[in-house]
Ligand binder design. Sequence first.
Ligand code: RB5
Length: 176
Amino acid sequence: MKIAIGCDHSALALKETIKNYLESRMIPFEDFGVFTSESSDYPRIAELVSKAILSGQFDRGILICGTGIGMSIAANKIPGIRAAAVSDPYSAILARRHNNANVLCFGARVVAGGLATLITEGWLNASFEGGRHAHRVDLIARIEQQYMIPTPNGQQEQTKEPTQPVELPAEDPDLP
Ligand code: RB5
């Protein structure tokens, strides 16, 4: 598993803590910045890390800003990215098991190094359970697709209105 990691100026120290943890577990990673404490724009780093995952060169991403929220909002704008902003290990584990989150976000102003390491560990060790959760993650992808329109250069951009009505299949009655 190869990790793309990034942060904004508010999270340099915590990013180093997480990099040290990844090194201790011999998990390969690449740091996509930022590298100085100069004020920076978290959406730029969220986009770099997200694109690295979509390129197939990285399996998952970790994004850290002040709260984790801005990074997650920005990353979730990119089709195929499922970013979870969490502050506790339980949510981090469930973000993998139920939501198949491929990006983990947390806030350097919210969680300290020890907790952030436990959050990262839980998320890395957990696996997607599939089944009814796969159905729900597929529904997310379906919504994503229905709000995209093709552009002349072959890429897609988001539109305010869905190109077709969003029709969601009936809910799986089985389980919570
Ligand atoms: C930077 O001050 C802060 O807004 C950013 O790190 C992040 O918390 C945004 O969501």
